[in-house]
Ligand binder design. Sequence first.
Ligand code: FAD
Length: 309
Amino acid sequence: MDIGTRLFRTALLGLAGNRAARAFSERYGMKLGASRFVAGETMDDALQQAKKLNDAGIAVTLDFLGESISSLDEAKTSELGYLDLLQAIDREAIKGNVSLKPTQFGLALDPAYCQESIRSVVREASRLGIFVRLDMEDSPWTDATIRMVRTLHQEGLTNVGTVIQAYLYRSGQDVKELTREKMNLRLVKGAYKEPASIAFPSKKEVDNNMRRLIRARLDSKVYTAIATHDESMIRWVKSYTKSHRIPRSAFEFQMLYGIRTPLQESLAREGYTVRSYVPFGQSWYPYFVRRLAERPANVGFIAKSLFKR
Ligand code: FAD
């Protein structure tokens, strides 16, 4: 990554956490171009998109957006929102599960409350046969997130799992331990701004570590979601699993809603399990800005689409 791109990315990720910019943008609505990456502001919008994806052979994981809240009332709203979502997935026979962010359940405000609130969602999901993924946020929350999924797993709630980010130095050890515990993991490169003291600074090192983590998980055959749009990595996974006779039932590919849709469809046609991460809700701003930061060319794309309106 050249220095200009790196600075641009850092500035965008700084904006993701800016409260004033967030309030302004969310009031302004989806017109900023967020609808390319966000299924809509309501659950019905998301269910409609989920059905379309299911019809194309693609499973979904639904994310009711709303990270970094500032009161436990908001945490309660998230919990109720997810409980509604689980009922809707069941009622509408959606081929899908849910992803949630621990800070949306109050992790930064009251960790015990957060754990209890997530437990109630995971229990209800278990009753309905639905899987719950705890997304991984920035590094202040890594330990607490892993601790929560571990606790729930040990309580017998095996319908829960989390995410490991290849950019963190610690991830090899985390994967080793969680694989021993048969935890369902999603592997990603990592979307937040982290210092070089804890995260690989270069893309090449992150990619190399991602491959190491993927290989460790595939060899273990503990169910793994490989979440990337990186076509060369996807090609490598296809050839590695073929040559090592790793069954397709041991892993799935995941991609984000609105990104590389033809690739998602073609993998599904080839018979791979593919899951699209479908976010919805009014609190779409930080999610949207992280998508821009991943690919600065998106900023140009969004700007062009604004002028076309
Ligand atoms: P890259 O090397 O960044 O990209 C490969 C190619 O994919 C690019 O050249 C480009 O063509 C395309 N691409 C990548 N990003 C975009 C984009 N935004 N817009 C358009 N094209 C793009 N991160 C976390 O930290 N925690 C999580 O819990 C988490 N969950 C995720 C769940 C899913 C299903 C996915 C797919 C990603 C998730 N991420 C999460 C984000 C992840 O960490 C990366 O930031 C993101 O996936 C981009 O990396 P990449 O693997 O696609 O590879």
